[in-house]
Design a protein around this ligand. Structure first.
Ligand code: GLY
Length: 462
């Protein structure tokens, strides 16, 4: 937890942006896995964590803008509970530690909200993503749980998004700590991978690193020799000599901040020449894209430039043909690079996606493309100092997609299907780092994780 001044300052900034009414913030509660006492690891709601810092289940907060009053609602444990949990701080003690002096048991929340409703005051709340909290809000506000998000406050949501988008120094430090744990995860994966191992053995080793650093994964690890499947959480293949595996993973070690890194690693420690050719194109795209990051530049333009570098690289290898600009305008590269170049990150690995992907990643009134590939671009807006984002280009050979495009002659004037068909068993390559936009440019966060072919092979053979 940060010093209480950090949370007080964050709330003061937010209060200035909302005209009137009550701001209602729901923390998360424990979620059962298979019965009530066997729970998923607790993860606090990120916005609750951001403004109130309390990483415990069962708290709700209210900020009354008109009366300038802040309250935390939560239930203290009984001695019977403490027999199982050990001594815990009271709600009042915890609230005080983040600069809030008014607390009450959760049952009192109903009274506060009913009083506001009967005086026709606005209750602002954020879009909800957990069923338990939708039901709680439904009970409190008398709105059907399926319709709750239709009543969330745009004014509050945009205020939170604009504030959380700009990371302060302490937040960047925490993201950097998470990236440094990723360094240990990736170098261990490189050193450990051997033909004959199961993917899950590597996944287990890297998860162990995060747990022993006192954290947890920031999302379920993607790790597979079938790297052509973009989010492959199936780790049961035995790795063979000559195969490469994509590992896309992250840590969350300090105050809930995430890292999100990807490397592609040869199972036997040496890339084949075919793999090297594709790897170099992805690497060049990633490094050139990072170089262009600075305030004022549109991330959509950086994405489109990345698509052009990939197209040129694939053309040089005989996989694509025709005019590079036309190919990208027509979305031909998306058969190989079907996702966006990156996304914002912070307390969430896709930062604030629960508040609305377009609100976070697109300018007001900007229309999101519906073209295959470009439609998946999560971050398209002009960059500002303090943004932290990922740069993660990739090239994939997805047999089902190749079949469809070949059969339907989609973008056939830009793709050499005869050559592409030689790569059907290739898999995929993705390379990703986490970048801070600074006042004058950018900074790649954390200890540099082996990335060039030489560096990756070197670490694989340590
Ligand atoms: N690194 C996983 C993702 O961006 O979805």
């Amino acid at each position: 937890m940060y010093d209480k001044k950090t949370y007080i300052k964050r709330r003061e900034q937010l209060k200035k942006k909302i005209k009137s009414g009550l701001l209602l913030f729901l923390g998360n509660i424990d979620s059962p896995m298979n019965y009530a006492d066997n729970i998923y690891p607790f993860r606090q709601d990120s916005t609750f964590l951001y403004y109130f810092g309390l990483d415990h289940p069962g708290f709700t907060a209210v900020i009354d803008i008109d009366e300038n009053k802040e309250m935390i609602f939560g239930d203290d444990l009984s001695v019977d509970d403490i027999v199982w949990t050990g001594p815990q701080k009271t709600t009042a003690q915890l609230a005080k530690s983040v600069g809030i002096n008014n607390t009450a048991p959760t049952c009192k929340l109903d009274e506060v909200l009913k009083a506001a409703i009967s005086s026709d005051r606005k209750i602002h709340f954020l879009p909800q993503y957990r069923a338990e909290n939708k039901i709680m809000l439904s009970d409190l506000l008398g709105i059907h749980s399926k319709l709750i998000n239709n009543y969330s406050s745009h004014e509050l949501t945009t205020a939170v998004v604009s504030q959380r988008s700009i990371k302060s120094k302490v937040e960047v430090d925490d993201i950097e700590k998470a990236v440094n744990v990723s360094y240990d995860m990736y170098t261990l994966a490189m050193r450990s991978a051997k033909p004959g191992m199961y993917e899950r053995e590597i996944a287990g080793l890297v998860e162990g690193i995060v747990l022993s650093a006192g954290g947890r994964l920031s999302f379920p690890t993607i790790l597979s020799v079938h790297g052509e499947t973009l989010h492959n959480h199936y780790h049961t293949n035995k790795m063979k000599s000559g195969e490469i595996f994509v590992m896309d993973s992250g840590a969350e070690v300090s105050n809930g901040y995430a890292s999100d890194i990807t490397r592609t690693i040869p199972a036997n420690g040496k890339f084949t020449s075919m793999q090297k050719d594709i790897y170099q194109v992805v690497l060049k795209t990633q490094m050139s894209s990072i170089k262009t990051i600075k305030p004022g530049v549109s991330y959509k333009n950086i994405h489109l430039k990345a698509a052009k570098i990939i197209t040129q690289g694939l053309k040089d290898l005989g996989l694509m043909k025709g005019d590079v600009n036309d190919a990208v305008t027509n979305g031909a590269h998306a058969m190989f690079f079907p996702h966006g170049l990156g996304h914002m990150m912070g307390l969430d690995v896709h930062d604030m996606e629960n508040l609305g992907e377009n609100l976070v990643g697109y300018e007001k009134n900007a229309k999101r493309s519906d073209q295959f590939g470009l439609a998946y671009l999560r971050l398209a807006r002009e960059l500002k100092p303090g943004f932290v984002l990922t740069v993660e280009p990739g090239i994939y050979f997805i047999p089902e997609l190749i079949n469809k495009w070949q059969k339907e002659k989609i973008n056939s004037r830009f793709i050499n299907f005869n050559t592409v068909n030689k790569y059907r068993k290739f898999g995929g390559i993705r390379i990703e780092d986490d970048i801070l936009v600074t006042k004058s440019g950018h900074r790649v966060l954390g200890k540099p994780i082996p990335k060039t072919i030489k560096e990756v092979e070197e670490y694989c053979n340590l």
